[in-house]
Design a protein around this ligand. Structure first.
Ligand code: KIV
Length: 275
């Protein structure tokens, strides 16, 4: 029997070629079950270090370790066939030197089979990005609001609102692209500045709380699905209310167990020869 052709996974060159074309559909994914559901609809799945807050209930992304990223990255790659999967380098795993970044990024690539990594930082990280790209590791930049810098920036605040800050975002976008990043995430940035940065660089920009002019959009999937917390950031649009649905389902299960309606006969196993 002829083998069915395996649909090819989108690669880094295809993502890069989407500059100025149909917007890239991107979401975060952390687990195999959710990744499999997102995969057919997305161009790119990011195993983001936001998993520290979303899955592990932490207040920031700073406590996320390389081992956590590798475990979740491997699960997401295994569960998907279509989307390009990239994995965040967590805080402390790349800022020290290009060599440290290569050591940890190569572990991510080898142990997860992801197509690339993402790291936060603008012009200051450009030499590291160049070092990784020249050694075979595709890098997605991340500029604007950088959650790993929450302690130096003073909080999760929109950036680019003063002239100096806007200039910095533009300089960061250009430096990261010139260093060889295949795409740049622009997070939490004044809309006109994100728009200008998109016009300024030859690689796709992927916005979150940025601009509809970006070459792609990304959201934390738990935000879009209504799975995460009471607070909905302004830049999120909810497409489902799964917290409500899960509460309803679990309450119904609890009632059935207490009233002995579950398990029913069809959920039980008989003895051999009897149904
Ligand atoms: O960690 C993450 O989920 C991210 C996205 C918000 C872009 O970096």
């Amino acid at each position: 029997m002829a083998e069915k052709a395996k649909p090819a996974r989108l690669g880094i060159p295809e993502i890069r070629a989407r500059k100025g074309a149909t917007p890239l559909v991107c979401l975060t994914a952390y687990t195999a079950s959710i990744a499999a559901l997102l995969d057919p609809h997305c161009d790119l799945l990011l195993v983001g270090d936001s998993l520290g807050m979303v899955l592990y209930g932490e207040d920031s992304t700073l406590g996320v370790t390389l081992e956590m990223m590798i475990g979740h990255g491997r699960a997401v790659v295994r569960a998907t066939r279509h989307a390009c999967v990239i994995v965040d380098l967590p805080f402390g795993s790349y800022q020290e030197s290009p060599e440290q970044a290569f050591r940890n990024a190569s572990r991510v690539m080898i142990e997860t089979a992801a197509s690339g990594i993402k790291l936060e930082g603008g012009a200051v990280m450009a030499p590291t990005i160049r070092f990784l790209v020249e050694r075979g590791i595709p890098v997605c930049g991340h500029i604007g609001l950088m959650p790993q810098a929450v302690n130096t920036s003073g909080g999760f605040r929109v950036v680019g609102r003063s002239q100096d800050a806007a200039r910095q975002v533009l300089a960061d976008a250009e430096a990261v692209a010139a260093a060889g990043a295949f795409a740049v995430v622009i997070e939490g940035t004044a809309e006109p500045v994100a728009r200008q940065a998109t016009e300024a660089v030859p690689v796709p920009t992927i916005g979150i709380g940025a601009s509809p002019a970006c070459d792609g959009q990304i959201l934390v999937s738990d935000d879009l699905l209504g799975l995460f917390g009471g607070f909905k950031p302004r830049f999120v649009r909810r497409y489902a209310e799964l917290q409500t649905e899960i509460s309803r389902a679990v309450a119904a299960y609890a009632e059935d167990v207490r009233d002995r309606r579950f398990p029913a006969p069809e959920h039980c196993f008989g003895l051999p020869g009897k149904s």
